[in-house]
Design a binder for this molecule. Structure first.
Ligand code: DX5
Ligand code: ZN
Length: 218
């Protein structure tokens, strides 16, 4: 999935859940590229968000690319159902699954793009064996579970390391950065190697969301 410009993926975790249809519908108008869907199970992370039904119901509200980020234990059990619910890409966590190859295969065989996410304290090198299969590498720059956290110092080096691995072994994969991205740090994150920027609070908390998207893209 080679990209010519930085992709902005607002996370609906920071949207108003009581008005989710309109929140998602509005994302094209403000210039967003993807819709980032944070799925949490209260096991892998200490928070619960939403699942298949939400994704299925908001799918008709937007033509944008649906980027599902699963923060759930043993995602192999459920990835196919996220594809069926309308996700264009399904990412899951390295730390949450024993059978990473098998899980990636299920997503790919279902005709969907796949991504692997790593926590801030996981060695970037762990992604190496899977690079041949990945469409996306998700570098977490906060510990997953909540929006509105601070970008962890030292994450730029991790992004650069992931980019070096991507350039060598998976030139078609994109690098996505998630957690604490804002209009002040977006440029340095992109410079370090990010192709896709997830932004929750920086978009949904902005006085003017369209301006925020534009500034994030740089
Ligand atoms: C964190 C989620 C993120 C989060 C980003 O567990 O994966 O996508 O919602 O929110 P901000 O941009 O507010 O840090
Ligand atoms: Zn996320």
């Amino acid at each position: 999935m080679p990209m010519s410009k930085t992709i902005i993926a607002p996370s609906i975790l920071s949207a108003n859940f009581a008005d989710m249809g309109n929140e998602v519908k509005n994302l094209s108008a403000i210039g967003a590229d993807w819709v980032h869907l944070d799925v949490m199970d209260g096991m892998f992370v200490p928070n619960l968000t939403f699942g298949f039904k939400m994704i299925k119901d908001i799918r008709p509200m937007s033509k944008l690319f649906f980027d599902a980020h699963l923060m759930i234990a043993q995602p192999k059990r459920y990835v196919k159902r996220f594809v069926e619910s309308g996700a264009d890409l399904v990412s899951f966590h390295y730390e949450a699954e024993y059978d990473i190859d098998g899980t990636l295969d299920i997503i790919k065989n279902a005709g969907c793009k796949c991504g692997l996410a790593i926590n801030p304290d996981t060695d970037v090198d762990v992604i190496k064996p899977y690079l041949g299969k990945l469409d996306l590498i998700l570098i977490m720059t906060v510990f997953p579970g909540f929006g509105g956290q601070k970008f962890i110092d030292g994450s730029l080096e991790r992004i650069a390391k992931a980019k070096a691995l991507r350039d060598e072994y998976a030139p078609n994969a994109v690098i996505e950065v998630d957690g604490g991205v804002n209009t002040d740090n977006a440029q340095s994150i992109t410079k370090a190697g990010a192709d896709v920027l997830v932004a929750g609070n920086a978009v949904f908390g902005a006085a003017d969301r369209a301006v925020a998207v534009k500034q994030l893209r740089g």
